[in-house]
Design a protein around this ligand. Structure first.
Ligand SMILES: Nc1nc2c(ncn2[C@@H]2O[C@H](COP(=O)(O)OP(=O)(O)OP(=O)(O)O)[C@@H](O)[C@H]2O)c(=O)[nH]1
Ligand SMILES: [Mg+2]
Length: 453
């Protein structure tokens, strides 16, 4: 990881997302932030800008030779009252590629330098605006994909973790006691030393339980799956589109519209899911549609949750009965669709179905509430105290060291050497729950943070 520790230059970066966008934000920070900004920004209250601790000014952005670039807003933060602790400016302009490009060219000409990954955060750290612990949390927030992740990060407390670490230490102290006995009775190596393996393995397991929690937060692999199934024309694709908030799957009055399964990521109950719209299930079909139906039932089988969509004007027939018989024991819910139509009849109470209509806007809220309660049990959230990224890295190192010790026992390494290794691990374990140090987070800032952060 390249660490750019230079603090003398004035940095700039586009801090907002991909262009074009409604608004774009260009951040500038460093000793020349104000003089540079003055050369490209005009405002009626010019004499007051950069005097107040923090200010917001409406005006015009232009090139140094006076050509207009955009109208916009400038936010100024006088050191140390800024994110980085330096004089800082944010230019809020329209998110047109050309505008943002022109502004960056002017900043370059005026001697500012494009920021590297994490450089703003590094400066904040250097000037004491953010602690190493806060930087660590900031890095984790970047990975938060759900309400559950957020609360796991915000409610992170060290006490729970300290307890777990202390029970790992106790295991290692047991192992040490065994090894120290062996030092005194060298001729009984094979009798005594192998007994240390069991507490070491328990310690390794304890460490991996903790690191696993952190890894599950960072895990970007595919979220649990929800499959949408039912008879053709029941309204599966209509619901799918409503949940996504856009027209993704084709909806048509003609049954058999959906042939392939369509998949999208959604957030329900505060967690990410993959929602699959499948082809309608019929009893007898041939041709390409039959293939789609085949795909549909595959998705049903591999899903973590399935939704049976029933056309409430038709009610339950052989298809639904068959699906419920075969898959009813797996987590699922029934939706009784098209309640806006006069032919609609209420669902039998035993089904616990949700009366619904894809065309009534108020029903989407009902749907979300209904599922939030049902999906909670299936959707995994981080259980137990969440370690920080730094703590996780240290524990991973401990695991490697302990595995080495186990290997050492198998290779009949002298016990005094093994116990020295374990003493080292014990010292490392202590630092897992200690204060996060600046040096611990630098690689993270420069390696993992994005440009403009
Ligand atoms: N009145 C009314 N019509 C609906 C409702 N939901 C869906 N429809 C209509 O029912 C027809 C079928 O809807 P789709 O969403 O395509 O049904 P599907 O289950 O995906 O059908 P296949 O892809 O053929 O399996 C369309 O004409 C929709 O406009 C509803 O709640 N009320
Ligand atoms: Mg469809």
């Amino acid at each position: 990881v390249r660490r750019n520790l230079d603090l003398s230059s004035t940095l700039f970066a586009v801090a907002s997302g991909p262009l074009p966008s409604a608004v774009a934000i260009v951040k500038i920070s460093g000793p020349e932030a104000f003089p540079i900004s003055k050369k490209i920004f005009d405002t009626r209250s010019a004499e007051r800008v950069f005097k107040r601790e923090r200010g917001m000014w409406v005006g015009t952005f232009h090139s140094t030779d006076g050509k207009r670039i955009d109208d916009g807003v400038l936010l100024s933060f006088v050191a140390p009252h800024s994110h980085t602790g330096e004089d800082s400016v944010e230019l809020h302009c329209h998110g047109a590629t050309a505008i943002v490009q022109r502004l960056q060219e002017e900043l370059l000409k005026l001697g500012a330098r494009p920021a590297e990954r994490g450089e703003f955060s590094y400066r904040a750290l250097h000037h004491g605006k953010l602690s190493a612990t806060e930087i660590d949390t900031l890095g984790d927030l970047f990975h938060a994909k759900s309400a559950g992740d957020l609360s796991a990060i915000y409610s992170r407390r060290s006490e729970g973790l300290e307890l777990e670490i202390s029970s790992i230490r106790n295991q290692l102290i047991r192992a040490l006691a065994i090894l120290d006995t062996a030092v005194d009775f060298t001729d009984e190596y094979s009798e005594v030393v192998p007994r240390s393996i069991e507490p070491i393995q328990v310690a390794i397991h304890g460490c991996s339980v903790i690191t696993q929690r952190y890894l599950s937060l960072k895990d970007a692999s595919s979220p649990p799956r929800i499959a949408l199934v039912g008879r053709p024309n029941a309204g599966k694709s209509s619901l799918f589109n409503r949940v996504l908030g856009r027209y993704r799957a084709i909806v048509h009055a003609e049954p058999g519209t959906t042939r392939d399964a369509v998949e999208e990521r959604i957030v329900l109950g505060g967690r990410p899911w993959t929602l699959t719209d499948t082809a309608g299930v019929r009893t007898e079909v041939e041709g390409p549609e039959a293939e789609g139906i085949e795909i549909g039932s595959q998705f049903l089988e591999s899903s973590d949750f399935w939704i049976l969509m029933v056309d409430g004007t038709q009610g339950i027939g052989p298809v639904e009965t068959d699906l419920l018989e075969r898959h009813g024991s797996r987590p699922h819910a029934v939706i009784w669709n098209k309640r806006d139509l006069p032919e609609w009849k209420s669902p039998p109470a035993t089904l616990g179905a949700l009366p619904f209509s894809s065309v009534l806007s108020e029903d989407l809220g009902e749907f979300i509430a209904f599922f939030e309660s049902r999906l909670m049990g299936i959707s995994p959230t981080v259980e137990g105290p969440l370690p920080t990224a730094v703590a996780c890295a240290k524990l991973e190192k401990v695991i490697v060291q302990l595995r080495q010790v186990v290997k050492g026992v198998e290779q009949e390494t002298p016990p005094e050497y093994l116990s020295e290794e374990i003493r080292k691990v014990l010292r490392d374990l202590e630092s897992v729950v200690g204060e996060v140090q600046v040096d611990d987070v630098l690689d993270r800032v420069f390696g993992e943070f994005c440009i403009g952060k």
